[in-house]
Design a protein around this ligand. Structure first.
Ligand code: THU
Length: 161
């Protein structure tokens, strides 16, 4: 038996195609980039979460001289939201970056690392509703996905316990 998994995403040339407060959310993620502490990689990442109460929670990557102690922007934002607003659902996440080691690097659209995908999946399962995802590059291009789960097919989760 063969099984094929697929999912759809959209590419937007700029933020004008984002609806509702998703434009505002993307802007917040860009603001969060400037709060990043990334003296080692020089790769500054900002994440912003839109919550069901309308609040926007920001996070940025926080590095450490002991490299594995560093944490990604997405998980900083997820932990902050869960700590401050544990009962609110996360409706959407937006992610932005700036590579200060190479200012000309603006084309790649950032996509979350595996651990952050796992954390987004946990948040989705915990709240039992989808999280929309906006991925961006500094040049303004955007990838939009309706459901963060799609980023981690065949994932390990509490369903396996
Ligand atoms: N990083 C994030 O914050 N989010 C991602 O989705 C990818 C990577 C951070 C981790 C590290 O501080 C730097 O970017 C370089 O990997």
């Amino acid at each position: 038996m063969k099984i094929q998994l697929s999912f759809e995403y959209q590419i937007f040339e700029n933020d004008q195609q984002l609806v509702g407060n998703l434009q505002k959310l993307l802007k917040a993620s860009k603001e969060a980039v400037s709060l990043s502490y990334a003296p080692y990689s020089k790769f500054h990442v900002g994440a912003a979460l839109l919550l069901s109460n309308g609040e926007i929670v920001k996070g940025s990557n926080q590095e450490n001289a002991s490299f594995p102690a560093g944490i990604c922007a997405e998980r900083v934002a997820l932990s902050t939201a869960s700590s401050i607003y544990p009962k609110e659902k996360i409706l959407a996440v937006a992610i932005s970056y700036h590579n200060s080691a190479d200012d000309s690097s603006t084309e790649n659209i950032l996509s979350p690392c595996g651990i952050c995908r796992q954390s987004l999946l946990e948040a989705t399962q915990r709240q039992q509703s989808h999280i929309e995802v906006i991925l961006s590059n500094p040049a303004g291009k955007i990838i939009y996905l309706q459901n963060a789960d799609n980023l981690l097919p065949l994932a390990f989760s509490s369903d396996h316990f």
